[in-house]
Design a protein around this ligand. Structure first.
Ligand code: ATP
Ligand code: MG
Length: 377
């Protein structure tokens, strides 16, 4: 199975070429070559392991360069060709299209449009993004975000291909919650500069036997947390997003670059809170920050954990008013089952599937997977 789209870049300008390479790599595309001129292309494209995507910057002599590569799209119909140019001339565009160029990208590049074009190519080769990315964020220590993330992931894994990533890099307890000790962790997949090594990724994703969940653990050594970086996480999420149906992240409340990347890459940001003042205050601050980041309300969910029918500090309706969002779900308090699950190293939905807490968590997983869950007020 391919995990990455392979691409080659032709661009006579060194700086452009590097910028484009950086962008593609961040998008999870593997660069198999970068050249200043098109001459090496013919040999490369004739190989069995030819890249699926060729990107040619036609500048500065756009017509002339188009002539040099123009025969290739017809010669290699299974390869997608993109042409780029600052010259947006109707004749050039028509010529490019007649020659079989798939996309014409005007320069300077519009990142969104370029990303969408790459996504279309990835889909052609069965490598499109399919995962729903669910980012679980705690509002205070011990409010239950790891419990929510692990149980939602274990529930989803029973129906579709699911990965769970531990982004609580220093203290994370995801692997422990499933009683597994992977040999490799998220820090190890950051190391390779460009290509994500398929074998390394397979080794780092520990498969939990009874649920079939793929787990990517936090680094074993605290020092290795420093190896986890924003470009690496961005690339990883793009790759996992093409391999799995669901990607669940047990995260932290932070706007450091790696967490901002997770927030922006996620389809749903799930804020886990308890009905008390510190938790509600943190939820309010963070929802505010996400909104200023441009995250729309329909990508945010509020989940109350450890709900008890009597004796909360603040009314649910008060929380909803302060956040300007509906509470999407309430998970009941069940100390006995929750602690037994942690001690045993098996999430409660697997260990005590009929308990009230499990039924609620399974319901939450279903709800997060559908479009009907309560959204913005
Ligand atoms: N619904 C619940 N009812 C009772 N206890 C719960 C519930 N959810 C979680 N707990 C317990 O609360 C404790 C903290 O849970 P968990 O580790 O999931 O929280 P967290 O937000 O990830 O905390 P941390 O700040 O350590 O990351 C655990 O002992 C867990 O068993
Ligand atoms: Mg946690």
């Amino acid at each position: 199975m391919f995990v990455q789209l392979n691409a080659v870049i032709i661009d006579s300008d060194d700086t452009n070429r590097q910028e484009l390479a950086h962008f593609l790599t961040g998008f999870g595309v593997n660069l198999v070559g970068q050249y200043a001129t098109p001459e090496p292309l013919a040999a490369l494209l004739g190989r069995a392991d030819a890249p699926q995507l060729v990107i040619v910057n036609l500048d500065p002599n756009s017509q002339e360069n188009l002539k040099k590569v123009g025969h290739l799209p017809r010669q290699f119909p299974n390869i997608s060709f993109f042409a780029m140019s600052q010259v947006i001339d109707a004749n050039l565009l028509m010529d490019a299209m007649h020659l079989g160029v798939k996309e014409f990208i005007p320069l300077p590049i519009s990142e969104d449009k370029f990303a969408a074009a790459i996504e279309r190519v990835a889909q052609t080769y069965g490598m499109g993004k399919k995962a729903r990315v669910i980012h679980v964020i705690p509002t205070m220590g011990g409010c239950g975000s790891t419990t929510v993330a692990c149980n939602v992931a274990a529930s989803l894994a029973q129906e579709s291909k699911t990965a769970l990533i531990d982004l609580d890099l220093m203290r994370g307890g995801v692997a422990g919650s499933f009683d597994c000790r992977p040999r490799y962790t998220i820090a190890d997949i950051m190391a390779s500069a460009e290509k994500v090594d398929k074998q390394l990724l397979d080794n780092a994703l520990a498969i939990h036997r009874s649920s079939n969940l793929a787990i990517l653990a936090r680094p074993e050594l605290p020092e290795d947390t420093q190896r986890v970086n924003q470009p690496g996480l961005h690339r990883l999420l793009n790759i996992l997003g093409r391999m799995f149906d669901n990607v669940v992240i047990d995260s932290m409340m932070s706007i450091d670059p790696i967490y901002t990347t997770a927030i922006q890459a996620s389809d749903l940001n799930v804020i886990v809170m308890q009905l008390n003042v510190p938790s509600a205050k943190n939820a309010e601050r963070f929802v505010g920050a996400m909104r200023r980041m441009g995250i729309e309300a329909n990508k945010i969910r509020i989940v109350v954990n450890r709900f008890v029918k009597k004796g909360w500090d603040i009314e649910p309706s008060e929380v909803e008013r302060a956040l300007g969002l509906k509470i999407s779900w309430m998970v009941p308090n069940d100390f006995k089952n929750a602690i037994a699950a942690i001690n045993f190293g098996e999430p409660v939905v697997l260990r005590a599937p009929k308990s009230e807490m499990s039924v609620s968590l399974k319901g939450l997983a279903q709800a997060l997977n559908s479009k009907t869950l309560a959204q913005a007020a």
